[in-house]
Write a protein that binds this ligand. Structure first.
Ligand code: AMP
Ligand code: FE
Ligand code: FE
Ligand code: ZN
Length: 285
């Protein structure tokens, strides 16, 4: 079982990186990719926890913006795997994105406080020490009793079309693809048609990114409808892109368990064969 997209509390998951690795092994996962948002802070702890029989692919999920193919822009998540974590361009981009995350959660928190919701910005940052995301603010809203779950917070206070939302300035996806490739990494477009999260791109945009070096599409994802998976798989075939499947596990911040969706072994091999920036970590003697 291969799961190529999970989060730890190095970003907006709730489990320590080492616990995510142990949990995956216990669930029967044979290859796991740790892909926290805009950071590689969990890489070392995850690598140290790898047991015999598990392979760890280290990566990150980059916050990017893509043309939607209709004249506008949409938020897009780009998975980068096995890139050099010390690459200066990557380090600068991740630092900038973490700064943007902090700024925008500060703005959203101020708007909530102005309306009487007593969420404490310092507590959100202090408790996580990680790139802050809306799930962190969602937990703070659960703690003050404003909502009963993080998912509920996403339907109301954290919604993109709601009064509290503040966008962050993400990196243009073409730049991110080039940057990750230059650092020896392999790029896969995460949940490209997760329509529940907002507007998504036209096929023409995926085709254009394939031309710029995008290596794959995350086809099997909990937020993808069956007909969209079918279409994405066909598109990947046409464009010679690899296809992955992943849980996008976030611990207690989402309901999906680890390995809820998986990647075919041949696709993993094709991905690893393209990478030159970091090694796959194997456990045991
Ligand atoms: P942000 O990156 O701060 O804009 O927040 C987006 C993150 O929130 C995504 O990466 C998901 O981890 C998480 N998320 C999105 N929708 C939901 C939801 N309905 N319930 C829980 N977490 C969600
Ligand atoms: Fe997330
Ligand atoms: Fe994502
Ligand atoms: Zn994710």
């Amino acid at each position: 079982m291969i799961d190529l997209h999970v989060h730890s509390n190095a970003s907006d998951g709730t489990d320590d990186p080492a616990d995510v690795v142990r949990l995956a092994a216990a669930a029967g996962v044979t290859t796991l990719a740790l892909t926290d948002h805009d950071t590689t802070a969990g890489w070392d702890a995850a690598a140290r926890a790898v047991p015999a029989g598990l392979r760890l692919v280290r990566g990150a999920e980059f916050s990017t913006t893509a043309p939607d193919g209709r004249g506008g822009e949409v938020s897009a998540h780009l998975l980068g795997y096995l890139f050099d974590p010390a690459d200066p361009a990557i380090l600068a981009d991740q630092e900038r994105l973490r700064g943007e995350r902090g700024r925008r959660i500060g703005v959203m928190t101020e708007r909530l406080r102005a309306d009487g919701y007593d969420v404490d910005p310092a507590a959100i940052a202090d408790r996580t020490g990680a790139p802050v995301g809306r799930p962190h603010l969602g937990r703070a809203l659960v703690e003050i009793g404003a909502v009963s779950s993080v998912s509920e917070a996403f339907e109301s206070f954290l919604a993109k079309d709601g009064p509290y939302y503040e966008p962050k300035a993400d990196t243009p996806i073409a730049e991110a693809i080039a940057m990750i490739r230059a650092a020896g990494g392999v790029t896969v477009w995460a949940h490209p048609w997760a329509r529940r999260k907002g507007a998504v791109v036209e096929e023409s945009v995926i085709e254009a990114m394939a031309g710029l070096g995008l290596a794959g599409l995350e086809v099997d994802h909990p937020d993808h409808a069956p007909e969209d998976r079918e279409r994405l798989r066909a598109l990947a075939g046409d464009l010679h892109l690899l296809t992955t499947g992943s849980s996008d596990y976030h611990g207690g911040n989402k309901e999906t368990p680890i390995a809820a969706e998986t990647t075919a072994p041949g696709q993993l091999d094709a991905l690893v064969a393209q990478a030159t920036g970091a090694d796959v970590v194997t456990g045991g003697p």
